[in-house]
Design a protein around this ligand. Structure first.
Ligand SMILES: Nc1ncnc2c1ncn2[C@@H]1O[C@H](COP(=O)(O)OP(=O)(O)OP(=O)(O)O)[C@@H](O)[C@H]1O
Ligand SMILES: [Mg+2]
Length: 176
């Protein structure tokens, strides 16, 4: 089990980028009334065959050469342990969409405390990818999008500015 849900977000988005995605959208929905935390990541990568979909949750199944194949099995385990479940929708050429649900109040639900770090790592690690983040907390929404395609080095000042912006937005909705 990973100690923070943002690490799962990192893994799912890395999967998407590895599958050639140029557009990745991350949606988090926290709803106290329904006692639900839903996480959805949608990408426009190459997608998965039926066989890949079938095996995606098998530990050590991977199509990457330097990967271990534990990302999705760990996410499924985390969801199961916190009263939730995971769903994978994908077809070849049609991208992929992963939805994980957790019981918000479950004692074994990992926290979601490192979103800013995760988004910074993704934004600067994959400058070519369009990123979209949407976080709703009991109906109040923080959204952030970053158009990909830029080249050249990123300055520490830019990193700091983006961190401030994301932390302020998350603070506004009482998340992070
Ligand atoms: N968004 C996606 N698009 C296409 N294929 C995917 C996607 N996500 C996962 N897969 C397929 O499922 C496999 C398993 O993913 P998983 O995250 O469990 O392991 P991994 O990324 O290969 O290794 P690790 O996460 O341990 O570094 C991937 O190797 C890939 O073949
Ligand atoms: Mg992975």
């Amino acid at each position: 089990m990973m100690e923070d849900l943002s690490l799962h977000i990192l893994d799912i988005v890395e999967n998407a980028v590895a599958a050639g995605a140029t557009r990745v959208s991350i949606a988090v929905d926290e709803n106290s009334a329904r006692d639900l935390l839903a996480l959805r990541v949608t990408d426009n990568g190459r997608g998965m065959t039926r066989e890949e979909r079938r095996r995606a949750f098998d530990p050590f199944f991977t199509t990457g050469r330097k990967r271990t194949g534990l990302g999705l099995p760990l996410l499924a385990q985390t969801a199961a342990q916190s009263g939730g479940r995971i769903r994978l929708e994908s077809a070849p050429g049609r991208g992929a969409r992963i939805t994980a649900r957790f019981r918000l109040s479950h004692v074994d639900r990992p926290p979601l405390t490192r979103i800013a770090e995760t988004l910074l790592a993704l934004a600067f690690g994959h400058p070519g990818v369009d990123l979209r983040y949407r976080h709703a907390r009991n109906g109040v929404v923080f959204g952030w999008t970053r158009k990909g395609g830029r080249t050249g080095a990123v300055s520490p000042a830019e990193v700091a500015a983006l961190r401030r912006r994301i932390e302020a937005g998350l603070g506004r909705i009482g998340a992070g």
